[in-house]
Design a protein around this ligand. Structure first.
Ligand code: FAD
Length: 469
């Protein structure tokens, strides 16, 4: 049983919140995207939200929690989709949002505290030196850089730069360990992989150093096609145009754009699939010339050509892409859910065609083109017209059978949401940095149950969840 009174005494002077309603609010993320996670995690709450203002306060919190054996779940803005930031064993929700300073900007590099919002970072780097983050999630305006590094994977910018796990896309991570006497480690080079996308299970990120690229006033374009596969083929070809600088390239199958993108609806027909493009202003004429080669391509919107009246109230196209497509869909039809799929290079278009044929409108397509190891391929976040958990599982199995690996967004553990195997490097680092297993319990199966059989295809149930029920 947690001695909260003693813990609070030790944390005297650090902002904290124990009102159960407010604590529950800060114990949630966007887990409810998944009907499976919604059912399992809805009750989850922490005991206390603690909001350190600097690294020294983080160290104080960790020291006290370690002494009292209290679990710690780090939290940025709580925009993760898989319950990553939800405290499955209760304890302290460590809210990093107050640590939000941009510390240093130099050519190609920004150093920021973990709780800095990505849009705010870019505002400073743009103003100071015309630079911006290479990559950001579509939750750019709300999510923190620490939450992105610890819980995200890629997004806007991945068509040019790949993902967060690619070497060079995170330069340095400052991590506080969870030990009797917490240490501050600076991870660089290959070592950043110890904590990137580890859900805060093996260290608390207090600052990051990220690479920057030249900033542009990106032009948004929407290209409509009567046929989804023709749209996919166009996007694949566009992504391979090395001279046309893009920041995002997505394809959304009809009727989703018309049904979900309500503010863009006036530019669309319900039977049209759309390609959403972010292109550099200097490349927009080249993009237009390339598009003219495709007779079926209908450019229905370009932000640089639109009148002020037409642009009014429109979200940027990156807020139609990645998991914003799903969010907009859920607002219109709360019964839908989604999947995360890789259509491996070099057969991505054949794989997309195969699953499109198999599922039709039960799983309308959503492709995000990305550069993986220098090769353009696509990742998918298709919508699923949900009927039951059994059918959802079957749809995933059928994707696997078609050679399209699923990154299951209906699971809260690292392994089940990823490659269905343990990341040995992250596990080894957890042994070193969190010997008592207090950081975000229940999210790394290999730590909780070293003999777990990933081949058994059953759902992992974290025993600690019962404590919060
Ligand atoms: P949180 O949700 O608070 O945390 C994420 C994980 O990181 C949790 O496990 C948490 O415990 C851990 N964590 C947070 N801060 C720290 C820290 N300082 N130290 C250690 N661990 C920490 N993701 C993408 O990758 N690409 C996308 O394009 C994308 N689009 C999205 C669109 C929508 C509409 C939604 C709802 C989600 C989307 N996501 C996307 C998921 C999520 O928004 C991003 O990953 C985001 O960067 C998470 O940041 P956050 O500050 O909200 O982190």
């Amino acid at each position: 049983m947690t001695d909260l009174a003693a813990l609070k005494r030790d944390l005297d002077g650090i902002p904290m919140e124990d009102n159960p309603v407010l604590v529950k609010q800060k114990s949630r993320d966007f887990f409810w995207y998944s009907p499976v996670l919604k059912r399992r995690l809805d009750h989850v709450t922490g005991d206390l939200v603690v909001s350190p203002r600097d690294r020294d306060e983080v160290i104080r919190v960790v020291r006290a929690c370690f002494a009292h054996g209290v679990p710690i779940t780090p939290r940025g803005a709580g925009t993760g989709n898989y319950g990553q930031a939800m405290p499955l064993s209760g304890g302290v929700v460590l809210n990093l949002a107050e640590m939000n300073k941009v510390v240093e900007i130099r050519p190609g590099v920004v150093v920021a505290e973990a709780g800095a919002i990505m849009e705010k970072i870019d505002q400073e780097t743009r103003a100071q030196s015309g630079q911006e983050l290479r990559l950001h999630p579509s939750t750019y305006r709300t999510a923190t850089i620490g939450g992105f590094v610890a819980g995200g994977s890629g997004g806007i910018g991945s068509i040019r730069w790949g993902g967060l796990r690619d070497l060079g896309n995170v330069i340095r991570v400052e991590v506080v360990t969870c030990e009797a006497e917490p240490r501050v480690l600076q991870l660089t080079g290959a070592d950043v992989a110890k904590v990137v996308h580890a859900y805060g299970t093996n260290g608390i990120v207090t600052a990051v150093e990220m690479p920057l690229a030249p900033a542009y006033d990106w032009v948004d374009a929407v290209v409509a096609f009567d046929d989804f596969l023709a749209a996919a083929a166009f996007a694949d070809a566009l992504g391979n145009q090395d001279g046309i600088l893009l920041k995002n390239l997505a394809v959304i199958a009809a009727p989703l754009p018309y049904d979900y993108f309500l503010r863009h609806r006036r530019f669309l027909r319900r039977d049209q699939s759309t390609v959403l493009v972010m292109v550099a202003p200097f490349a927009v004429e080249a993009f237009a010339a390339f598009t003219r080669r495709f007779k079926a391509a209908d450019v229905v919107y370009r932000s640089d050509l639109a009148t002020e009246e037409e642009r009014k109230g429109l979200p940027p196209v990156y807020e139609l892409a990645w998991n914003h497509t799903t969010l907009r869909g859920l607002r219109v039809d709360p019964s839908i859910t989604y999947l995360q799929v890789l259509y491996p290079f070099p057969h991505q278009l054949e794989r997309v065609a195969a699953v499109t044929k198999l599922f039709g409108d039960e799983v309308p397509g959503h492709l995000e083109f990305v550069r993986f190891d220098g090769k353009i391929t696509c990742f998918g976040l298709p919508v699923v017209r949900y009927t039951s958990e059994e059918r959802l599982e079957e749809i995933m199995r059928l994707h696997d059978a078609e050679g399209c690996p699923i990154f299951n967004p209906h699971r809260y553990t690292l392994e089940e949401g990823g490659m269905k195997q343990t990341d040995a490097v992250q596990l080894a680092f957890k042994r070193e940095a969190d010997p008592n297993g207090l950081l975000n319990p229940g999210k790394m199966i290999a730590w909780e149950d070293p003999d777990y059989d990933f081949g058994a295809e059953k759902l992992y149930l974290f025993p600690g969840l019962e404590r919060t029920e």
